[in-house]
Ligand binder design. Structure first.
Ligand code: ADP
Ligand code: GLC
Length: 486
């Protein structure tokens, strides 16, 4: 099957969150399953610079007339095959400092509707033969940035070509791509597309709805989140639409790219380890304590956080519970960036207790690996979490996840109750009540288990053994592609 994956970010070229990890790993998994996969990305500076040997394919015009160029090159990935990659060359739209979505002052760019409409538009053009050498059977669009691709395909003029199926994956329903209605005419869609059964969302233009209404199949990144987004509590105003399309909606759990995240082979951690040779993990912890200026205590449980600092991630619980964590003898090492008040609060806590609390504000792929390698517990107390990857990295690196039991966190972490420890299923700590008391109890459970080394080792072994391979996820996506084509 020929599959075009469409996303705004892709690891290792450009990453602001988990979307990039998935956009980088899924093509490789599909290629390993024998499929003919290409990706389509906007020509942001990091992408334009990272795609090798790019050659011009074709000039084309955006719906509002602006010229753009499609280029084709390849992405070199750690330890795996090259991914063929189309890049949209439109410097006036993409060649800007800042992250892909916001300027340096963290304000969304005023022309984001054009910048991301062009991504979906280019995908639909490729499906309609823009590259005479290659046309996809399936266009697979990720998140609101690519969500107009299914809409453009649904309204494309019939061209005597084989039908192209569309799949839309929701990585986070909370980010919808909403724009003022005056921008709708620029998008090149017929007026009929701007209705309740289309892009219209309380008078605004919703890119997310373009994907949800017009894709042949919808997926999201965990089975629990697929159910949650059909409820008013977690549906972000779209639960009714999602319920009406539940027959084409499926949750497919993300997996972990073993070439990037594997403590036995990871070149970014100072000592490598696996289940049979766990000495390296203790050495990683000692090295990190020294690096971060934490007290060199092997027996102080080390809690790690690697996260965007936003309301979604529930980190006010970590702040509120920090005194209890320290009073029980723990240490905290956090790596994150995001909302200024959270950054300030964590920075102050580190300044007040530098031997037990380390806070690194910013983005560092390398330090993230060292934290999972060193950690005893990975904290992910998110308010909601479509899938979550850091708890899965925590599992694989034996840094037991402590999570709020929602979304993908509920699907990947089994609480260390006596019965689940007895059956060998326990892999971490999970709490139901999203409040300080619920979090504090889970924290006490982690400390209690830590004081029973044999039990701790058993749970850690369960965690490190938990399968998270992309082969299974890729097979599920292939089923969905077949359904989209049928
Ligand atoms: P989300 O996509 O909602 O941010 P995920 O858990 O799915 O959450 O993915 C987050 C990804 O981003 C993980 O790969 C994590 O390691 C990485 N990450 C988050 N914050 C940072 C940071 N400050 N530095 C390095 N990596 C980070
Ligand atoms: C989103 C979600 C996160 C998920 C990631 C990759 O960023 O917030 O839960 O793991 O996408 O699918």
């Amino acid at each position: 099957m020929r599959v075009l994956q469409v996303s705004a970010e892709l690891f290792p070229l450009l990453k602001t969150g988990g979307l990039a990890d998935i956009a980088g790993a899924l093509p490789l998994a599909l290629m390993a399953a024998g499929q003919d996969v290409r990706v389509l990305l906007p020509g942001f500076p990091a992408i334009a610079a990272g795609v090798r040997d790019a050659v011009a394919v074709k000039e084309f015009a955006a719906p509002w007339g602006e010229p753009a160029r499609l280029r084709l090159g390849r992405i070199v990935t750690p330890g795996a095959r090259d991914i063929p990659a189309y890049v949209i060359d439109a410097p006036a739209l993409y060649d800007r400092p800042g992250n892909p979505y916001e300027d340096l002052a963290r304000k969304p760019y005023g022309d984001n509707h054009r910048r991301f409409a062009l991504l979906g538009w280019a995908a639909a053009q490729i499906a309609q033969g823009l590259d005479s050498d290659w046309q996809p059977d399936i266009v697979h669009a990720h998140d609101w940035h690519a969500a107009l691709a299914p809409a453009y395909l649904a309204f494309a003029p019939p061209g005597g070509r084989p039908r192209v199926g569309s799949v839309f994956t929701v990585h986070n329903l909370a980010y919808q791509g909403l724009f003022a209605p005056r921008h709708f005419p620029e998008l090149g869609l017929p007026p009929a597309a701007f209705g309740v059964d289309g892009l219209e969302y309380y008078g605004q233009v919703s890119f997310m709805k373009g994907g949800l209404c017009f894709a042949d199949r919808i997926t999201t990144v965990s089975p629990t989140y697929a159910r949650e987004i059909q409820t008013p509590e977690q549906g972000c105003g779209l639960d009714g639409l999602l319920r009406s399309r539940s027959h084409v909606l499926k949750g497919i759990l993300n997996a972990v790219d073993d070439q990037v995240w594997n403590p036995a082979t990871d070149a970014l951690i100072p000592y490598r380890y696996d289940l049979r040779r766990l000495g390296g993990k203790a050495q990683c912890k000692a090295a990190l304590q020294e690096e971060l200026g934490l007290a060199p205590q092997a027996d102080a449980p080390l809690f790690v956080v690697v996260s965007r600092l936003t309301e979604q991630k529930g980190l006010h619980l970590v702040l509120g519970g920090l005194d209890a964590l320290l009073a029980q003898g723990g240490q905290l090492a956090l790596l994150g960036s995001g909302d200024a008040p959270l950054e300030t609060a964590f920075r102050q806590r580190a300044a007040a207790a530098p031997e037990s609390v380390s806070v690194t504000l910013g983005y560092s792929e390398d330090l993230a690996h060292r934290l999972f390698g060193a950690g005893d517990v990975t904290l992910v107390p998110s308010l909601f979490e479509p899938c979550g990857l850091t708890q899965m990295y925590g599992l694989k690196y034996g840094s037991l996840p402590l999570v709020h039991r929602v979304g993908g966190l509920a699907d990947t972490v089994v609480d260390a109750t006596l019965e689940d420890m007895a059956s060998g299923e326990a892999t971490g700590f999970a709490f139901d009540d999203f409040d300080p008391a619920g979090y504090a109890r889970a924290l006490r459970r982690a400390f209690a288990l830590y004081r029973r080394p044999a039990d701790w080792r058993a749970v850690r072994a369960n965690a490190m053994r938990r399968p998270a391979d992309w082969g299974t996820a890729a097979a599920r996506y292939l089923d969905v592609y077949a359904e989209a084509l049928a």
